[in-house]
Design a protein around this ligand. Structure first.
Ligand SMILES: NC(=O)c1ccc[n+]([C@@H]2O[C@H](COP(=O)([O-])OP(=O)(O)OC[C@H]3O[C@@H](n4cnc5c(N)ncnc54)[C@H](OP(=O)(O)O)[C@@H]3O)[C@@H](O)[C@H]2O)c1
Length: 175
């Protein structure tokens, strides 16, 4: 199992139930890394997707309380044990990609082999964070990083704003 996440310089990932940044280039990167794979997300992240609908061309696995009514096309699991049983029974553990949000990353990153991070060199004033993967206590090592590059954040249909970002791959040292 691997994970993909976009963080700001403080390891913030979201605010008010939404992403911090709308970066079209990073969205393309997200699609390339998740297409045709099983994706694992929490209920709040499902709600944050356009129309609260699942992602196309991916098997959507959602961790949510039992009483929640989820779209028919998602696999509903209620805890990590159910998730890991489902992945193992269907031979999906290696292919699965954890896509958020905060609660799910915090629970599952320790079980991920690789974490694909887009790091934005800005403060998104987040209310949701993941663990600092540069902290040696978290058990990851930086395997690869691109230089900082310029990209655009879409603010509105007419307005864009330049930022710097880089792609980083962390490897879990536990495995
Ligand atoms: N930057 C990025 O790459 C990225 C990616 C995805 C999402 N996000 C952002 O992250 C934020 C959402 O994160 P979040 O932490 O609020 O929600 P979340 O992790 O998406 O979902 C939380 C929900 O999932 C359930 N859940 C999660 N982990 C569980 C576990 N281990 N066991 C049982 N149930 C579990 C919770 O159940 P309970 O109700 O029982 O607690 C809760 O209902 C949004 O702002 C979103 O935009 C950012």
């Amino acid at each position: 199992m691997n994970a993909i996440v976009c963080v700001d310089k403080n390891w913030g990932i979201g605010k008010n139930g939404e992403l911090l940044f709308n970066i079209p280039e990073d969205m393309q990167n997200f699609v390339l890394n998740t297409i045709n794979k099983p994706v694992i997300m929490g209920l709040n992240t499902l709600h944050s997707l356009p129309g609260g609908k699942s992602l196309k061309n991916r098997l959507n696995i959602v961790i949510a309380p039992k009483e929640e009514k989820l779209p028919d096309d998602v696999i509903h699991v209620t805890n990590i044990k159910e998730l890991s049983d489902y992945l193992a029974e269907n031979n999906l553990t290696d292919k699965a990609m954890v896509i958020g949000g905060g609660m799910v990353y915090n629970a599952l990153l320790p079980f991920c082999d690789y974490v694909f991070v887009t790091k934005v060199d800005a403060d998104g004033y987040a209310d949701t964070f993941i663990q600092d993967l540069d902290d040696p206590n978290e058990g990851f090592e930086l395997l690869y990083k691109t230089p900082l590059k310029n990209a655009d954040i879409t603010i509105s249909a007419e307005k864009k704003c330049p930022i710097s970002m880089q792609y980083i791959i962390y490897k879990n040292m536990r495995y």
